[in-house]
Design a protein around this ligand. Structure first.
Ligand code: HEC
Length: 202
């Protein structure tokens, strides 16, 4: 039996994820990328290996209080200003990643000898899989070396920012963000301030 977070258990998270998805569910006919939301990437940024297929799949079709969503209703990144300016959540995810994850997964999601490159993992992991691993951890079975992804389900500094981490790593996976420290960002949305207060305080 895997350790379940004391604060946010997996079933609760799954329910939350589902609620979030249905709340922003996009009807198929509405799922065409909104030209106003089109990501404009800097074609000269060679530090990011841009994956056209992922950039298309992850394209924001909807924005709610500064939070962007893809056609499947999952959180996604949004880049403007010739690839230089990021939405708040992607920027926040960059900071959280380097505070909580980079010690094992390497700078900028590049991986280490101990843990996989998340910029590659997020090319195929779904939103639900990502949140599940983050909350419940992961351990290689039959591995000669014991490599363990800790369960962060009871760590608010991680779980209150799980969407931020997700969209940052999606941006890295699609090549929307290179190996840079993002300097330009959208203002922190009121919704983010409120959610943070509720999550960290509760
Ligand atoms: C103590 C070291 C450590 C820390 C800190 C850590 N991880 Fe991991 N993580 C691992 C290891 C090791 C694995 C591989 C486990 C396996 O494959 O069995 C892993 C696997 C993962 C996976 C699955 C990757 C895949 O390809 O299946 C995700 C997603 C992940 N980590 C996200 C994170 C995030 C986000 C953070 C920061 C909040 C984080 N990890 C912090 C060690 C760590």
């Amino acid at each position: 039996m895997q350790h379940l977070g004391k604060i946010i258990t997996r079933p609760v998270l799954a329910a939350l994820a589902l609620a979030a998805v249905s709340a922003v569910a996009v009807h198929a006919e509405d799922a065409k990328p909104d030209p106003a939301l089109a990501n404009s990437l800097n074609p000269n940024d060679k530090s990011a290996e841009q994956d056209e297929k992922l950039l298309k799949k992850d394209a924001a079709v909807k924005v709610e209080d500064g939070k962007y969503f893809d056609a499947e209703g999952h959180p996604t990144f949004h880049v403007t200003d010739a690839g230089k300016k990021f939405d708040w959540y992607t920027y926040s995810g960059y900071r959280r990643y380097h505070a909580e994850c980079h010690v094992c997964h390497g700078p900028d999601g590049m991986g280490s000898t101990y843990a996989p490159a998340l910029k590659d993992s997020l090319k195929h992991l779904s939103y639900e899989e990502f949140i599940g691993i983050l909350a419940g951890g992961k351990q290689e079975v039959n591995a000669s070396e014991q490599k363990v992804m800790p369960a962060f389900g009871d760590n608010k500094n991680v779980m209150c920012y799980s969407d931020d981490l997700y969209v940052y790593l999606k941006a890295r996976a699609a090549g929307a963000m290179g190996r840079i420290r993002p300097s330009e960002k959208e203002d922190k949305p009121e919704a983010a301030k409120k959610a943070e207060k509720e999550c960290m305080g509760g």
